[in-house]
Design a protein around this ligand. Sequence first.
Ligand SMILES: Cc1cc2nc3c(=O)[nH]c(=O)nc-3n(C[C@H](O)[C@H](O)[C@H](O)COP(=O)(O)OP(=O)(O)OC[C@H]3O[C@@H](n4cnc5c(N)ncnc54)[C@H](O)[C@@H]3O)c2cc1C
Length: 323
Amino acid sequence: MINNFAYLKAGSISEAVKALSKEGTRLHAGGTDLLGCLRDEIFQADTVVSIRGLKRLKGITAGSGGSLTIGALTSIADIASDATVAKKYPVLAQAAAAVGSPQIREQGTLGGNLCQKPRCWYYRKDILCRKKGGDTCYAMSGENQYHAIFGGGPCFFVHPSDTAVALTALGAELTIAGSSGNKTVKIGDFFVSPGKMVEKENILLSNEIVTAISLPIVSETTRSSYRKVRARGAWDFALVSVATVLEFDNDTVRDARIVLGGVAGHPWRVEAAEKKLQGQKLDEGKANEAAEAAVEGAVPLRDNRYKLDIVKGALKESLLALA
Ligand SMILES: Cc1cc2nc3c(=O)[nH]c(=O)nc-3n(C[C@H](O)[C@H](O)[C@H](O)COP(=O)(O)OP(=O)(O)OC[C@H]3O[C@@H](n4cnc5c(N)ncnc54)[C@H](O)[C@@H]3O)c2cc1C
């Protein structure tokens, strides 16, 4: 049941930041995750402050030299259908198109997609698990087929966002507004592992707001893709996803960034796999080597060993398709 709360429509970012500085206040963008969290009593709110009316946080704008900035309130559907994103950053367009259902993509925003709460079924139920301040992660010895194979402990949830995986592979930067003004943070420094902060998934303070996401300039020889594997064809979160960004020099890979989703508490970059490709001609042998390297260090739980094969298969398929 959702508790009664006050609802404030912010007229500016600074008004929203000020409202969020009061304990018990939560930020509302599209509401597709926030309202579920309130309903399921994952947390409660005395006040909900909506930034939905802040038009300057919506839209996709080209920067100098070919970079792109996406306002945090831009809908996931708009990102999925944007011609420039599709041409220059296919990995992001494909990740956005793979989110949920058409309704979720219309209503959900990019900022909300990055800041949504995990879907671990113990966390989402009325159970005082480790992530909610208890002392046990029930997934460790319970039903853990959808949980982490990398970086787990003390809690084994996986980060649910598709766009976060693509944006990490692109090396995006986030602009964050707070009580001392704006700051810019690399996306790799934004998400945190449960080992560092078990109750949070990112570095945001409770009165900070992601206002924009900036994509770096990519060369004409960069190719990218997002491959998502889910349990069913209709809307579903990733069992495993792979975001691959390769910069080519003729048929040689000059640079590679490979990030996995559905396998860890944050987008999981696999540098060992990237190194197998850098400076190499991409063929089946190299794709196999990278796929094997991508699962190095994985520590599967009782019921999720199958994710290792999906990582390897999805990465190999992605690499060969890009070659
Ligand atoms: C049925 C269903 C299926 C889904 N399937 C997928 C899927 O396949 N892949 C996937 O990636 N996601 C999936 N999602 C999640 C969905 O994409 C997110 O709920 C949505 O993107 C959140 O955006 P929103 O604008 O609605 O955020 P809200 O619900 O408004 O906010 C979500 C959280 O982020 C915080 N927040 C929102 N905006 C900001 C901001 N700008 N700065 C700081 N904090 C912010 C809020 O306070 C809240 O805690 C699914 C959700 C549902 C309900």
